[in-house]
Write a protein that binds this ligand. Structure first.
Ligand code: ATP
Ligand code: MG
Ligand code: MG
Ligand code: MG
Length: 580
């Protein structure tokens, strides 16, 4: 049955909700798809339910197609299984814990590995029962530290989670590959531009895992890729380690060499690499009142490492932020460089190597640099050249060393330059192995009558996150623009004016469209102006809009394509055929 605007539970809003950050989130609220109840907790309204159901249907079809069977587990769960796998503790504050009236600990499920594992243990006992794949489309609870962008990161959200059970790792590989293919189909149908990246298995445990990231500037994940097909979440990138360096140099010391930077070279390097935040160019005077540390790489390139303004603790450099107190500047002496940690302490600044680690300093500590020299200027000093400094010896710096920050152009594991981009995690597939089955004792008899531990995989798709992400990807300044496959309706029929004949004809067309199997949103409101109706149609974002109005007297109606904005008149008798 057509949704009729006269009775639809909907009030569109002209104003953006105050708490919304992203354009899609704003529009989902304004167009009446969802409404916020509390941070990260949303009510789904009729239009939202339609879209969500369509996303679910796509996921369901593709899961059924690989032979996975649908089940439904509760969200309210006992503590014991999560205790057995240690996740009651490991999940930390992200877990919603509660007690029943008998003060028994319970939780709201954040993911269901334990429960699926136990269900299979209850019901199956032989290798003949395997392989098995089960899934559910179910509400999950995670007390996210930063619920964000509406339904993109909820504290209550819907996930499709599935679990595979195999007798051995070859079986798991097959189940994993089947899921991977199903996910490719799902995300293609949902219309995402996505990449499949190597991922960190993290708290889930297990060996291999890949994420499906929708490429988006709004993403909270950063990934790298090269042109050989390699792609990985930065969390999972193995930082290339320099070959162990035979330390012949040192100790680090200051020397006046022909390489000692002139003020001019410093100023030029600064202006090229580190424009000031205030837009003004660096001048020679700045190098006198700033402390500047440059690292000279073995290949001859130079990196300014730290630029601090003594005195006011202001930070000038964009990437390389540091703070140097006046006292430390006065203490600038050659002996400070004899032991490199002293340079780190005195000149790069305690704030940097201590509590606050600025990204530039992580680069200094990048083990791939291994060996080099530094330029240092400061206060009324002119350039000093620190030679023979060696990573691991001269700047081991009290255990604060971090993995090097990966930067655009760095070489990846295939020796190719990496590019960085942001993405939103839409799906995640894991080869869990035996971790959960072992903890919960899921074993079956193999062909030889021997008990073997079952090998598991787990696979998640963020269903409600997908709705949010499709919204972010498909909008303009007027509103949402749903791809047809997930739109709340195929056609939005708008009847305008006061002429009964228009409404009679519109109702007829709606019935015809429905007879052809199309879903229709029908704006049958009588006391609403055409302007408001058009604005609402644009905001709601059904892909095809059919307008009946004055033209009907001449036998024409207007057909609008929401995405392209194209509009054309068609004969009323052809309207249904044109929409199909
Ligand atoms: P994220 O890195 O975004 O926090 P995750 O790695 O914690 O996600 P998984 O445990 O891998 O998430 O869960 C599977 C899928 O569930 C994710 O790929 C994502 O699509 C979805 N998802 C996870 N957390 C949320 C959330 N808070 N709100 C909406 N969807 C979520
Ligand atoms: Mg998470
Ligand atoms: Mg993640
Ligand atoms: Mg994940």
């Amino acid at each position: 049955m057509a949704m009729r605007m006269s009775t639809l539970f909907l009030r569109t809003l002209r104003e953006d909700p105050a708490d919304a950050e992203l354009p899609g989130h704003k529009l989902l609220v304004r167009a009446g798809y969802v409404r916020r109840v509390a941070p990260g907790i949303y009510t789904w309204l009729p239009l939202g339910m339609k879209v969500r159901a369509k996303v679910e249907a796509i996921v369901r079809e593709e899961m059924n197609a690989i032979g996975s069977q649908e089940v439904l587990f509760p969200a309210l769960l006992p503590r014991e299984p999560y205790e057995a796998t240690n996740r009651w503790t490991e999940y930390g504050p992200n877990l919603f814990r509660l007690q029943d009236r008998r003060e028994t600990d319970m939780l709201l499920g954040p993911t269901h590995e334990e429960m699926f594992c136990l269900a299979v243990k209850d019901m199956y006992s032989s290798y003949k029962d395997l392989p098995l794949s089960l899934y559910q489309i179910q509400t999950k609870y995670r007390d996210e530290a930063r619920p964000r962008a509406g339904i993109l990161r909820g504290r209550e959200f819907v996930m499709k989670d599935s679990y595979s059970f195999d007798i051995n790792s070859q079986g798991l590989q097959k189940s994993y590959d089947a899921h991977r293919d199903a996910y490719i189909k799902i995300f293609n149908r949902l219309g995402f531009e996505y990449v499949i990246v190597q991922a960190d298995s993290g708290a889930m445990g297990g060996s291999a895992s890949e994420e499906f990231l929708a490429v988006s500037e709004h993403g909270e994940d950063t990934f790298v890729r090269d042109d050989s097909g390699y792609a990985a979440n930065v969390e999972a990138v193995e930082v290339p380690q320099a070959a162990p360096v035979e330390i012949t140099a040192g100790p680090a010391h200051v020397e006046d060499t022909p390489d000692t930077p002139t003020i001019e070279t410093l100023v030029n390097a600064l202006n090229a690499d580190h424009p000031r935040a205030d837009g003004r160019a660096w001048t020679a005077a700045d190098t006198l009142k700033n402390v500047i540390v440059m690292l000279a790489h073995p290949d001859g390139t130079r990196t300014p490492l730290a630029i601090g303004v003594p005195g006011d603790r202001e930070v000038d450099a964009k990437r390389l932020e540091t703070k140097v107190a006046p006292a430390e500047v006065e203490a600038f002496e050659e002996k400070d460089f004899k032991e490199y940690p002293m340079l780190a302490k005195g000149y790069i600044g305690p704030g940097v190597l201590g509590e606050e680690k600025a990204s530039g300093i992580r680069y200094l500590l990048d083990p791939t640099i291994a060996q080099g020299s530094a330029w240092v200027t400061g206060a009324d000093e002119h350039g000093k050249h620190v030679l023979d400094l060696v990573y691991g010896r001269d700047f081991t710096a009290d255990g604060t060393i971090q993995a090097a920050e990966i930067r655009e152009g760095d070489l990846g594991p295939n020796g190719k330059g990496l590019t960085l981009a942001r993405g939103v995690e839409m799906g995640h597939i894991f080869q869990l192995g035996t971790k959960y089955a072992e903890a919960l004792g899921l074993k079956v008899l193999d062909e030889n009558g021997k008990l073997v531990t079952v090998t598991m995989g787990s696979y998640g798709v963020g269903v409600t996150r997908a709705v949010g992400m499709i919204a972010e990807d498909n909008l303009d300044e007027l509103g949402l623009i749903w791809p047809r496959e997930v739109a709340p309706a195929d056609v939005h029929v708008v009847a305008t004016g006061k002429d009964d004949a228009v409404f009679v004809k519109a109702a007829e067309i709606v019935a015809e469209l429905e007879a052809k199997g199309l879903e229709v949103l029908y704006d049958d409101r009588v006391k609403v102006s055409p302007g408001v109706k058009f604005k609402d149609a644009e905001l709601i974002g059904v892909p095809t809009i059919l307008v009946l109005g004055r033209g009907l007297a001449d036998g024409v109606v207007e057909l609008k394509d929401r995405r392209s904005g194209d509009r054309r008149e068609v004969a009323v008798d052809d309207a249904v055929a044109e929409v199909l």
